[in-house]
Design a protein around this ligand. Structure first.
Ligand SMILES: Cc1cc2nc3c(=O)[nH]c(=O)nc-3n(C[C@H](O)[C@H](O)[C@H](O)COP(=O)(O)OP(=O)(O)OC[C@H]3O[C@@H](n4cnc5c(N)ncnc54)[C@H](O)[C@@H]3O)c2cc1C
Length: 378
């Protein structure tokens, strides 16, 4: 049984699971590696609470009152380990310095990505850096509820659909959210956690050693580059672009990402949207692009603007439409090879697909992709 007829729009936020009074909802992994809700009909009393917190069931509001800022953390150290200009670090630092709590995407000991709760600066680095895979909210919404009830200030950072689910969950609990700050991302979409794990297993098999950590986009090569680095248990590293290529091929994203309802800037739900400040040399020519990374901060609320202003970040307001021209503000279209990819994956497995559908397949692949792109089939 499914929660609603729009289940392909389910972003897996897990608000329904946490809200069900009968614990009748469990998230199960489908064959592509994404978690979807399954209802135990024997336990279900059809109270409808699950639908009322389902972010894909409720209408979206529009808010055109947003502002855009160039933002970066002063000095090089923070920017070195942040994906863009350290915007997230600056906001999180502000919250933690006031005794608050921060949530964001981190790797656990099995290298699975999940929404981690952080109370002190020494753990904040776990949340820095983009993880190009779906982050599991696990029971974090319930923990946020508890934190807010106890009077803590909370900053929750995640994808827009995740933030939307969080607000609906908290609304149902009638909790005061004045101490809650949220940030979301300009986001391509999230890759299947199963393929991500299979990629790790593939590398471990080749290298015959265990991976301890993953840097999805290693800043060592500069902000404009995109290479992933794997850190092994013996301290050695391996850098490549295979997973990156899979991400950019857009074949392995969650179904809802192809019809994302949050790509337009006036549909965002968080207080602040974080992104890379692409096109900095045109929009803010007075700033030298040192390839260390600059953030774009888009504020959607007064609270968001106040948080940004109170941080240690360097900020400068910029013309909003101009800067957004350089970034993605529409959903990813489903590539025409999508069905074929998943059929091949089922039949032949991950490594076969990596060779056939990404740059890993060599020059033949590059030519094929160029031709398909020219005919707008990619
Ligand atoms: C899947 C994905 C796609 C993105 N696509 C674009 C894009 O097309 N254009 C663009 O300009 N920017 C994109 N970004 C955002 C950009 O890469 C930076 O994450 C953002 O600018 C913040 O950088 P920072 O230096 O402030 O933060 P950092 O210190 O690097 O912090 C990263 C922040 O992102 C959050 N995060 C990381 N991985 C995930 C995840 N899997 N799910 C939810 N939250 C996560 C962390 O919780 C943290 O708050 C994307 C990010 C992700 C995760």
């Amino acid at each position: 049984m499914k929660i609603n007829c729009l289940d392909i729009k389910c972003s897996g936020c897990r608000a329904c699971e946490l809200t069900c009074p009968k614990e009748a909802i469990k998230f199960e992994i489908d064959e592509r590696g994404f978690k979807y809700p399954e209802i135990n009909e024997k336990k279900c009393i059809d109270c409808g609470l699950c639908r009322s917190v389902c972010q894909c069931c409720v209408g979206k509001k529009e808010n055109d009152e947003y502002k855009s800022f160039l933002a970066y953390y002063p000095g090089n150290q923070v920017r070195k380990v942040s994906q863009s200009g350290g915007l997230f670090y600056g906001l999180a630092e502000m919250i933690i310095s006031q005794g608050g709590i921060v949530y964001g995407a981190a790797l656990d000991e099995r290298l699975e990505v999940f929404q981690m709760r952080v109370k002190d600066m020494s753990n904040l680095s776990n949340l820095q850096g983009s993880k190009y895979v779906q982050s599991d909210t696990r029971r974090s919404y319930g923990q946020v509820l508890k934190d807010l009830k106890e009077g803590s200030t909370v900053l929750y950072s995640g994808t827009s659909c995740m933030i939307s689910g969080l607000y609906l969950f908290l609304k149902k609990k009638h909790i005061d959210i004045t101490k809650l700050y949220t940030c979301d991302l300009i986001c391509h979409g999230v890759v299947s956690p199963k393929l991500y794990q299979e990629n790790i297993e593939r590398i471990e098999k080749i290298e015959k050693k265990k991976i301890n950590s993953v840097n999805f986009r290693d800043k060592k090569f500069g902000w404009h580059s995109h290479n992933e680095t794997y850190i092994f248990e013996d301290g050695s590293t391996k850098t490549e672009r295979n997973y990156t290529e899979l991400f950019y091929t857009h074949v392995a994203l969650r179904e809802c990402c192809y019809q994302c309802q949050f790509t337009a800037m006036n549909k965002k739900v968080a207080d602040i949207t974080m992104a890379d400040f692409w096109g900095i040399s045109e929009v803010a020519p007075e700033i030298e692009d040192d390839n260390k990374g600059f953030s774009l901060a888009i504020t959607h609320s007064k609270a968001g603007e106040e948080l940004l202003n109170s941080s240690k970040l360097y900020i400068k307001e910029v013309e909003k439409n101009r800067v957004l021209e350089k970034n993605r503000t529409r959903e990813i279209s489903k590539p025409f090879i999508y069905d074929k990819f998943w059929k091949d994956y089922k039949k032949y497995g991950y490594s076969y697909c990596l060779k056939k559908y990404t740059i890993y397949g060599g020059i033949k692949f590059k030519i094929k992709r160029k031709i398909l792109k020219a005919f707008k089939c990619w």
